[in-house]
Design a protein around this ligand. Structure first.
Ligand code: ADP
Length: 344
């Protein structure tokens, strides 16, 4: 088992994350789906071992809950090394990085979640660490200031981000692998809930697993949270076994609709269609109307709605599609020239 060090408050998991982490696959071979990524990581791990070199720095990007942390945490298990966890917002100045850098062991991993929120001064401080395994520390001030170069153990930086577009070019270029995590198929999500139901000693019928997978927004974390809810519902309202009927009743009560959209998704679409007449509307305006941070909408709500084409992005803002109108039993507004193709 590798040692894990959680140092910053920001990196500490809340309740849901802790529950999720208990279901987290520990090894690459236990990870479900993302076959190509798993294969690439296995090759890099093997190569690092044979060449006796640290693994190259890796950047994972994609919406929350798709496995960025899971992949990062499986790697030290494969390499037999340790991992330290922190996050961009916790690193407000270069000195915040020092405890992590001085704790490094040869070949160990430093995981920085939300790396796009790391301030520029910290980013610049980390460049020589990534490139040459050293940092430049300024001692003293004014005329007496001098810079010393501190050598570091050779390590691997793993960054995770929901917004790779917000990363500066120089930082992005310093990662050897840049992997984008995609939403999962219904089959993979069904395998995830089935595997996890077993871990939780819960009987789950295969057709119930499929229905739950269909309603999980392509996201393992959501599949796990649906599983926990349906399991509680089954225990309270029935004999604890999850059948298709129990799963559907539980999800209906949780206001998850047949497309897997939850209350927040529906509020977004209703705002876009109702308040903004279907759009185009900027994400900031939609967020302000919903009284939510624009980041939450852009990172957590929109990616799935865009993928499923309930919404499209245009240069003038977000537009609700025919699919969105149909979902709510509404008549789509007449389409205009340039956008018409998207709404056939
Ligand atoms: P992210 O870091 O992208 O927000 P996580 O890695 O924390 O997402 O994933 C959330 C949870 O989903 C994990 O705790 C794990 O239980 C589950 N999970 C994610 N990816 C997979 C996968 N490929 N196979 C099985 N479970 C997964």
């Amino acid at each position: 088992m590798p040692r894990e060090t959680m140092i910053t408050g920001d990196a500490l998991p809340d309740d849901e994350k802790r529950r999720d982490a208990a279901l987290r696959p520990r090894r690459l071979s236990d990870v479900i789906g993302q076959r190509q990524l798993v294969r690439k990581l296995e090759i890099n791990v093997n190569a690092a071992r044979k060449l006796k070199e640290p693994l190259g720095h890796i950047l994972f990007d994609g919406p929350p809950g798709l496995g960025k942390t899971t992949f990062a945490m499986a790697l030290p298990n494969e390499l037999g090394t340790s991992i330290q966890l922190t996050s961009g917002p916790a690193l407000t100045k270069p000195a915040d990085l020092l405890p992590f850098l001085t704790n490094l062991e040869e070949g160990s991993i430093l995981f920085v979640d939300e790396i796009h929120r790391m301030p520029r001064v910290v980013e610049e401080f980390i460049y020589p660490a990534m490139e040459d395994f050293r940092v430049d520390i300024v001692l003293g001030e004014g005329l007496n200031a001098r810079t010393i170069s501190m050598p570091l153990k050779r390590f691997t930086l793993i960054g995770a981000t929901t917004r790779s577009g917000m990363l500066s070019g120089p930082l992005r270029d310093r990662f050897r692998m840049h992997e984008h995590l995609e939403f999962y198929t219904v089959e993979d999500l069904a395998t995830i809930v089935t595997t996890n139901a077993k871990k939780l000693n819960t009987h789950l019928d295969p057709d119930a697993a499929i229905e739950m997978a269909r309603r999980s927004r392509g996201t393992p974390r959501i599949a796990n949270s649906r599983l926990h809810w349906v399991r509680s519902f089954a225990a309270s309202e029935s004999d604890g076994r999850i059948t298709r009927a129990i799963a559907l009743a539980a999800l209906e009560l949780a206001e998850v609709d047949p497309e897997g959209l939850d209350k927040q998704d529906r509020r977004y679409l209703e705002t876009l269609m109702g308040v903004f007449d279907g759009g185009p509307a900027g994400v900031e305006a939609i967020a302000a109307t919903m009284n939510l941070p624009a980041d939450t909408l852009a990172d957590e709500v929109e990616p799935f709605l865009l993928r499923e084409q309930f919404v499209v992005r245009t240069p003038r803002g977000r537009l609700a599609t025919h699919r969105a109108y149909k979902h709510f039993g509404k008549t789509p507004k007449p389409t205009e020239g340039e956008d018409a193709g998207l709404f056939e």
